[in-house]
Design a protein around this ligand. Structure first.
Ligand SMILES: [Zn+2]
Length: 369
């Protein structure tokens, strides 16, 4: 494998510098990683939006993926006004977040919640990074990769894919690997309890422990899947999403739990890198976290996204500063000279209605929607 990217969803600069993380510290290059305007200044970005930019090289105005709970954003006449308000630094972060999340979402992306249409892989009109390569990708847990499509490599759908048992089509491509991936009941991104964000009867510790178990199982499975499929593929590019930190930090501010979670993600990444031995490794987060506003009335969220706290660390001098830099920098490292982003051509994908219902439930499980 030429490049392995490990997504540390929500890994936060001020936490990383505080804990002892030998793998991350061993990476010679790195720094902060910010989203594009207006999300950098508005202080809020959804993982759906961030990971779409990080994997396609397309800007938000091009791809329109605002958040998991909305449909695709299409240009709205109030964009300039809303972004102007949302980027006023004297306004409290919660208000700026509402302008971007709620107001822009409702005006430009349709109705929120169970009635509204939600984004899925079919809404992303651009090639993903490995689709520029001659070799194959081993892609695991990248958001918005369900429904799966015919692609060069092996792909395990990330959130908000339905669970395999409730999905109308396989959540792994090629489908023959689905059973291999999901033979371990801890694999996947959904835990069997409500989030404390939505349900105050759920204790923080077992909920966070369940997400830690998921991270361990997904990291282990990624290596197993590599070993299982390697002889049939020329893996040039790998992606593994470890998204537990995002769910954990929405649910707790407990320093011991945080320390354990960061140490775990560091160890798991080190284990995967040791097993697969890629030529280059990039660790990155889509955003960081900060304590949630006391005025957040809708949910009991302990921490909320902070767009100024995202980070990257790598074995190579990729010189990243913004989300939009990631795809071009990796393609340049891989020796691919292509204009980014490129449309992915006609892809015949439709998400079924039963899938849409399942996705709504899974988003609620995670405390979204
Ligand atoms: Zn995220």
């Amino acid at each position: 494998m030429d490049v392995l990217v490990v997504g540390w969803d929500a890994a936060t600069e001020k936490h990383l510098s505080r804990f002892d993380l030998p793998f991350l510290e061993s990476l010679p290059h790195g720094g902060e990683l910010l989203p594009e305007y207006p999300f950098d200044k508005a202080g809020y970005i959804s993982s759906a939006n961030a990971w779409t930019t990080l994997s396609t090289g397309a800007s938000f105005e091009e791809h329109g993926m605002l958040g998991f709970v909305y449909g695709p954003y299409s240009d709205h006449p109030a964009w300039n006004l809303i972004t102007k308000i949302a980027t006023q630094q004297w306004l409290p972060p919660l208000l700026r977040r509402i302008m971007i999340g709620r107001v822009l979402g409702t005006l430009g992306s349709g109705e929120k919640g169970s009635k509204g249409e939600k984004i899925d892989s079919a809404d992303i009109e651009f090639k993903r990074i490995w689709e520029y390569l001659y070799g194959d990708g081993l892609i695991y847990g990248l958001p918005l990769t369900y429904p799966t499509w015919e692609t060069n490599g092996v792909m395990v759908s990330g959130i908000p894919a339905p669970k395999p048992s409730e999905a109308s089509s396989p959540v792994v491509y090629p489908s023959e690997y689905e059973e291999f991936v999901y033979d371990d009941e801890d694999v996947g991104y959904y835990v069997e309890m409500n989030s404390p964000v939505n349900d105050s009867s759920v204790a923080e510790e077992p909920y966070c422990a369940a997400h830690q178990t998921r991270m361990e199982a997904n990291a282990r499975k990624y290596t197993e899947l590599y070993e299982e499929t390697e002889s049939d593929h020329d893996f040039e590019f790998g992606f593994l999403m470890l998204r537990g930190l995002d769910d954990i930090m929405h649910a707790t501010t407990d320093v011991d739990i945080l320390e354990k979670s960061y140490e775990l993600i560091d160890t798991l990444t080190s284990d995967v890198v040791e097993a697969i031995d890629p030529d280059a490794t990039l660790v990155l987060s889509d955003h960081g976290m900060r304590p949630a506003s006391d005025y957040r009335f809708d949910k009991d969220m302990r921490m909320d996204h902070d767009t100024r706290q995202g980070v990257w660390g790598a074995t190579e001098p990729l010189n990243l500063e913004r989300h939009l830099d990631v795809v071009p920098a990796l393609l340049e490292y891989l020796g691919v000279e292509e204009v980014v982003p490129q449309g992915r051509g006609a892809v015949d994908l439709v998400m079924s209605e039963s899938d849409q219902g399942a996705v709504q439930e899974r988003l609620e499980d995670l405390g979204y929607a």
